[in-house]
Design a protein around this ligand. Structure first.
Ligand SMILES: Nc1ncnc2c1ncn2[C@@H]1O[C@H](COP(=O)(O)OP(=O)(O)OP(=O)(O)O)[C@@H](O)[C@H]1O
Length: 363
């Protein structure tokens, strides 16, 4: 590990105040992230938020308009891609169809003229670590989707890179296989001990694999933190909307009574303080769909009156589509019980105030 100028240990990867402007389009703006050597970091954002631009800048396929990038304390901003020691796996994993697995894996090593003995050793290594035994002499069309994906990963890893960049590599796989691969990819990262930087617009994928999540919105870093924290304590309305599935309510915060009032539903709940209120009492409230509490309407408890309009079974969970008296639909996710609630059941919907997120409106 290199020392930085002030003598402290430099982070393994440092992305420092990076911006990228394409003409009038500001694809990235003043974005900084430090990445640890053993870390799996997900870059999460909607389409057009700047995720691929960031990946291209880290890889050296593009140059920032401002800012610098350091690997182990060394400024690599001006280095071409092949001198950065990076592995890459992309959505279209594009194995060469007329080459065997062995030849596909050897390709990045032959491109850089590695000695034959080293190529043999690395192929053995990839075969073992990615469980490709018995598949090395097959062609891509003789492999399952998951096996092809493992070969694509192997091709990113045979050069023993400083870090691996992955750009939505599971987007073309079906749901079951994607879930399997998520577990595998995370296992490889922990086993190899190099950082994986994984770009995705899919929050479930980001949360299932990563240690930390960087949420990007409109080219800016919206949030960066440990995945559970980002999920449980979204720092901004955008993160509250984008990470997990939530319902949003308009409300008003009354500092005197310390209550949030949802006038539309004639429902209020106690709340201590709303940060950055700026004298504006209007707030937006986000509740994760699995954090709703459903009680029979006759229980007399305070809540939003609603009716079960539909019931969707999702394995161990039930998704209730609820209709309110204001003619709005709310989705509440509950663990599956013996018998799901019947259509037309009248309920009272509420939540524990510590489980919701309240922000000043219009932030
Ligand atoms: N070469 C380019 N010239 C002009 N604008 C570009 C260029 N590349 C990207 N952009 C713009 O920069 C912004 C960020 O693009 P980027 O591809 O990084 O987004 P993304 O988050 O990866 O999106 P997606 O998930 O759809 O791939 C977008 O507005 C895009 O149109």
């Amino acid at each position: 590990m290199n020392q930085s100028q002030n003598g402290a240990e430099a982070p393994y990867i440092r992305i420092a105040n990076i911006s990228r402007q394409y003409g009038q389009v500001r694809a990235l703006h003043d974005l900084s992230i430090d990445i640890d050597k053993h870390e799996f970091i997900a870059i999460l954002g909607p389409s057009g938020s700047g995720k691929s631009t960031l990946l291209r800048l880290i890889a050296g396929l593009d140059r920032p308009t401002a800012g610098r990038i350091f690997f182990d304390g060394v400024d690599v901003t001006d280095l071409p891609p092949h001198k950065r020691g990076i592995g890459m796996v992309f959505q279209e994993f594009l194995l060469f169809p007329h080459r065997t697995v062995r030849e596909n894996l050897a390709f990045p090593l032959r491109m850089t003229n590695q000695p034959p003995q080293m190529i043999l050793e690395r192929l053995d290594w990839a075969e073992a670590i990615l469980s490709l035994n018995g598949l090395m002499d097959r062609y891509p069309n003789q492999l399952s989707g998951g096996q092809q994906q493992r070969v694509a990963l192997g091709r990113g890893l045979v050069t023993h890179p400083t870090l691996l960049l992955l750009d939505e590599p599971l987007a073309n796989l079906d749901r079951e296989l994607r879930n399997e691969m998520e577990v595998e990819i995370r296992r490889y990262q922990k086993q190899l001990g190099i950082p994986f930087v994984y770009v995705t617009h899919n929050q479930e994928e980001a949360l299932s694999m990563s240690d930390r999540v960087a949420v990007i919105n409109g080219g800016k870093l919206e949030a960066l933190g440990e995945r559970q924290l980002i999920y449980d304590h979204p720092p901004t309305p955008f993160v509250a909307r984008f990470v997990g599935k939530s319902t949003r309510f308009d409300g008003a915060f009354d500092a005197a009574s310390k209550k949030v009032d949802l006038q539309r539903y004639n429902y209020s709940f106690p709340y201590e303080e709303v940060a950055e209120r700026k004298g504006n009492a209007r707030v937006e409230v986000f509740v994760k769909n699995e954090r709703f509490e459903l009680l029979p309407s006759r229980s007399g408890s305070a809540g939003i009156p609603c009716t079960v309009a539909d019931v969707v079974l999702r394995g161990p969970f039930v998704e209730y589509i609820l209709e309110t008296e204001a003619d709005e639909r709310i989705i509440a996710v509950q663990p599956k019980r013996e018998e799901p609630l019947a259509l037309g059941t009248k309920l009272s919907l509420s939540w524990n105030p510590s489980q919701c997120h309240v922000f000043p409106a219009g932030r």
